[in-house]
Each structure stands twice: as structure tokens, then as C-alpha cells.
Write a protein that binds this ligand. Structure first.
Ligand SMILES: Nc1ncnc2c1ncn2[C@@H]1O[C@H](COP(=O)(O)OP(=O)(O)OP(=O)(O)O)[C@@H](O)[C@H]1O
Ligand SMILES: [Mg+2]
Length: 172
């Protein structure tokens, strides 16, 4: 699995589903309409779609949030701009992303949230932010790495930043 080295890191513990929804809302606020590419990593049932649901609700989406497991992508046309929610779990081959015209989604006009980005490795570009969710006690641990300066800005407004150990090492 790719180990992401970024410019900043953050983490928090989410005690229950409501906390994951709230974290998604906080991310929406920190994004402030930036059209970033965000990877959501974590096992089946880790809470990726729950986080997206909280984000979409906070951006004003009132309907259901379907997991796009079979359609691969679900579009949302929101007042803050377009959002595409991808779930690549059932992607057979990263090359299929070219067929679905992935570049048109990722041309910078829309916020793109990608569950199971590992499945698109080699075709998907570098994200701005990588969020990883994992089971931790009765809740979930959320860890995030900002890859781009814009991602770091969002992370700062969302969870606050911890200095990346790699950056600290660079200065020694
Ligand atoms: N912080 C939390 N603590 C406990 N349960 C949680 C938490 N956040 C989400 N859940 C629960 O985890 C379950 C799975 O969530 P979700 O569907 O969002 O996972 P997912 O990562 O999108 O899975 P998949 O890879 O299958 O798409 C849901 O039942 C949800 O209520
Ligand atoms: Mg999901």
C-alpha cells in the first residue's frame, strides 16, 4: 500500500457514527468551496461513506447518500459547486477509469471524494488530502495527511496540524 508523505498531518478519534458525520461537516466547512481531490482509505465498514454523508449534508444536500459501489461515481450538484463521490471497490482495472472519462471529473472544477483509491492506482493523480479511517475501540480513528499546500490549509482549518515527522527530519 502506498505510504503517503505529506506536508502536514492530523488525527482524531470518533466515538460513534454521529461523530463521523460531524467530522464530515467540519471538513465541509474547512474546504470552503475548494475543489480538491480527497482519497478516503480504510477497510470495508471503516466509515468512509459516513464521513462523505456528513460532508454532503453540511453542504446542503438533503437527500440520501448512496454508496456508489456499482455505479462507481455519484454526482451532486450543490450550491457550493459540483461534488463527485467515487467508490472504486468494484473497479476491475485502473484502466477502466480512462473509459469513464476520469480526467473530466478531476479537471479541478469539482470536489472529488474517492473511496478505495488503491483500486485506481497508476491512473488517479496525486490527491490533495488522504484520509484514513480504522476501527479503534468502539469508535474509529481518523488520520489524515495533506499532500498539497491547499490540502494543508484545509487540514489546518479542520483538525489543526501536527508537524509531519518527515518535515522535522528535513530541517535537521
Ligand atoms: N465513529 C464511529 N464509531 C462507530 N461506528 C461508526 C463510526 N463511524 C461510522 N460507523 C459505522 O460504520 C458502519 C460502516 O460505515 P460506512 O458505510 O461509512 O463504511 P465505508 O468505509 O464506507 O465502507 P465500504 O468500504 O464498504 O464502502 C456504519 O454502520 C456506520 O454507522
Ligand atoms: Mg463506503
Amino acid at each position: 500500500m502506498t505510504a503517503y508523505q505529506g506536508v502536514a498531518r492530523g488525527s482524531c478519534w470518533l466515538s460513534d457514527e454521529a461523530a463521523t458525520v460531524a467530522a464530515g461537516g467540519g471538513l465541509a466547512a474547512a474546504l470552503a468551496s475548494r475543489a480538491l481531490l480527497i482519497f478516503l482509505r480504510g477497510d470495508l465498514g471503516a466509515g468512509k461513506t459516513t464521513l462523505v454523508r456528513g460532508l454532503l449534508r453540511a453542504l446542503g444536500h438533503s437527500g440520501a447518500v448512496k454508496s456508489p459501489t456499482y455505479t462507481l461515481v455519484e454526482p451532486y450538484d450543490l450550491s457550493t459547486g459540483p461534488v463527485y463521490h467515487f467508490d472504486l471497490y468494484r473497479l476491475g482495472d485502473p484502466g477502466e477509469l480512462e473509459f469513464m472519462g476520469i480526467r473530466d471529473y478531476l479537471d479541478g472544477h469539482a470536489l472529488c471524494l474517492v473511496e478505495w483509491p488503491e483500486r485506481g492506482e497508476g491512473v488517479l493523480p496525486r490527491p490533495d488530502l488522504v484520509i484514513t479511517l480504522r476501527l479503534d475501540g468502539v469508535g474509529r480513528r481518523l488520520e489524515t495527511v495533506a499532500i498539497s499546500p491547499e490540502g494543508a490549509e484545509v487540514l489546518d482549518g479542520w483538525l489543526g496540524q501536527e508537524e509531519s515527522p518527515d518535515d522535522a527530519q528535513d530541517r535537521r
